[in-house]
Design a binder for this molecule. Structure first.
Ligand code: ATP
Ligand code: MG
Length: 575
């Protein structure tokens, strides 16, 4: 491809409001343009990256015997009604009516279509297992599209599905996918961690997420270097506490915590303020949050108790309540507990109480249900209705739930997700088969996703420098960026043309910057676009020498034309 003909609109300025480095660089390098909120156009160089990622995925999916097909984006509402998701999913599902007034949905994922198909085409255990996939557009009306292509309302996903006779068989399909996913991410140059999804608490359903380290990531994981445990911070199980509660520690002021007493704490509402006022560590406090349970709209309140140094995991609370909830408004708190937020405590309360496991032990300072007062000596023995559950978010420094080592934290981008669906869709949608004994049984399913744009953006997050992108060779838009320094110089021009033809014929993807622009602009563009190899045809052209620059290391050296192809092959085979 000649740069003089390529639509590669590089720009100097970062897009307004962009924070993620991948967002800035994808726009600046001329890879994408935003059409609307969470809606993007892929320009030629950006689309080449997406195609390379798709090719790697296709290769690895085919290698495990997964069959490529194509399922439609527009779906009749019936299949979503049968699965229960027409009602279970809120605003994220795009819905529309066709000209006859029939309800339609734009697929946000394809379990429904797969299960519909399986119900019709799979009849016997002899046909199983089946592995199906497609690389297709998904539509999701995301509440907060952000970070460039990382969270968009239309995106391309590889989604594959396994159909098996049993849960044991599903384990094999799952393991096969894990192996394929490892190869896919490695070939895309991405460092990922496979972490537990929200399985533990759901009982039965197993899932894992593939997380790529990146500052721009919306998710936070915790992991343990000692034993390899890794989980989403929202879901990570709590490890056994290493230290006793402050009230049993013998620390200064610990004895006061054992005394049941209402103490004046004027103006101290937040944990930080009370910590300062009473001179005790945050671990000595009990936070009481009042939440409104939005279960079928009954809007009742519940109290959630956490230790002062812990944050709530909304996901764990959702599991504990079996329903969505939100923080109660000040009016709701006053109506339910008779006191404004800030001084709420569990002694006494008539609300249902959900207490974090760590609070089983010890005495704490809690709100006294009286303005400007807190109560010491509060233990959960004083709250007989309390239900104990793991409710706090894991944080760096917490004990590992497996080996009690120190958990570390990292911000990550979820680039893929694998899920053991079991019979969640096959049962309601009637996707059954006849087993060896002629008995009808639901198909046991798995589903496996990878977001192509997230792979591209995460790769940029992990591989860039101040000058631009540093593409991993597997997914670079072009292998070689061939820069002709002086378009007006005949010798340079002739050599560059010759190399463009020869390297192309040798199988390299070459972007030939043949533009009549200053060398400085061309070099800047080459660094910004970030192809792994730059070949500069300049003043040593008469000697048959070109400069080869390794974009990743910045290393440059003169290479005789005859040795260029071999040098490029070596450079591009790098990690
Ligand atoms: P998230 O928690 O980030 O919203 P998800 O759990 O909804 O992701 P899945 O439904 O499992 O995602 O989709 C599979 C993959 O599709 C994700 O791992 C991610 O790579 C990609 N993906 C999901 N939502 C988006 C989006 N809005 N924009 C771009 N890619 C997405
Ligand atoms: Mg989502």
């Amino acid at each position: 491809m000649r740069a003089s003909q390529l639509l590669l609109p590089t720009v100097k300025e970062d897009p307004a409001g962009a924070e993620a480095i991948s967002h800035k660089l994808m726009v600046r390098a001329g890879l994408v343009r935003q059409l609307g909120a969470g809606i993007y156009v892929y320009l030629p160089a950006g689309w080449r990256v997406m195609q390379k990622i798709a090719a790697i995925i296709r290769d690895e999916m085919n290698a495990i015997g997964c069959q490529e097909m194509l399922m439609p984006v527009i779906n009749p509402a019936e299949i979503w009604q049968q699965s229960g998701r027409w009602d279970a999913i809120g605003g994220e599902l795009f819905r529309l009516k066709d000209r006859k007034g029939a309800d339609m949905a734009l697929a946000m994922t394809h379990e429904e279509v797969v299960t519909w198909l399986a119900a019709r085409e799979v009849h016997s255990y002899k046909q199983l297992p089946q592995l199906w996939y497609h690389i297709q557009t998904k539509e999701r009306d995301e509440a907060r599209p952000k970070s460039g292509v990382l969270r968009t309302r239309e995106f391309i996903m590889k989604d594959s599905y396994s159909l098996d006779v049993s849960y044991e068989a599903l384990q094999r399909s799952y393991a096969t996918h894990i192996a394929a996913y490892e190869r896919i991410y490695a070939r895309c140059g991405l460092e990922v961690m496979m972490v537990e999804g929200d399985s533990g608490m759901m009982g039965g359903a197993v899932s894992h997420e593939y997380m790529a380290h990146a500052d721009a990531g919306e998710d936070e994981i915790v992991f343990c270097r000692e034993c390899g445990y890794a989980a989403n911070a929202e879901m990570a199980l709590a490890g056994a506490d290493r230290e006793p509660p402050v009230s049993e520690s013998g620390e200064q002021g610990a004895a006061d915590l054992l005394v049941d007493e209402v103490r004046s704490t004027p103006g101290a509402r937040t944990i930080d303020q009370v910590v300062e006022y009473l001179g005790l560590p945050a671990r000595a406090f009990m936070k009481a949050l009042v939440v409104t349970v939005e279960d079928g709209g009954d809007g009742s309140q519940a109290m959630v108790l956490l230790r002062g140094d812990h944050e709530l995991s909304e996901l764990k609370l959702r599991k504990a309540l079996g329903a969505e909830s939100r923080l109660a408004t000040a009016d709701e708190v006053i109506a339910a507990q008779g006191i404004a937020p800030g001084y709420v405590g569990p002694v006494p309360t008539t609300l249902p109480v959900y207490a974090d496991e760590v609070l089983r032990r010890g005495h704490y300072v809690a709100g006294a249900n009286k303005p400007d007062h807190h109560r010491t000596g509060v233990s959960l023995e004083m709250v007989p209705q309390a239900t104990f559950c793991d409710l706090h978010r894991a944080a760096p420094g917490d004990p590992c739930p497996q080996c009690l080592g120190d958990l570390e934290g990292a911000r990550v981008i979820e680039v893929g997700n694998i899920f053991q669906l079991g019979t969640k869709y096959s049962e309601p949608m009637g996707a059954t088969f006849l087993d060896v004994d002629g008995k009808e049984r639901p198909i046991v399913m798995g589903s496996y996703g990878i977001g192509l744009a997230r792979v591209a953006a995460a790769a940029i997050e992990q591989h860039h420098d101040d000058n631009g992108i540093v593409w991993p060779p597997g997914i670079t838009p072009f292998d070689v960026h061939l820069v002709l320094v002086r378009a007006s110089d005949e010798v340079q021009g002739a050599l560059a043309e010759q190399l463009y033809a020869e390297l192309g014929a040798a199988g390299f993807d070459v972007l030939f910057d043949d533009r009549d622009l200053s060398p400085g602009i061309k070099f800047k563009d080459a660094d910004l676009l970030g192809c792994p190899a730059q070949v500069v045809v300049g003043k040593r052209a008469p000697e048959g020498l070109v400069e080869l620059k390794d974009r990743a290391s910045g290393e440059r050296r003169d290479v005789p034309v005859a040795e260029l192809a071999a040098a490029l092959t070596e450079l591009l085979s790098g990690p």
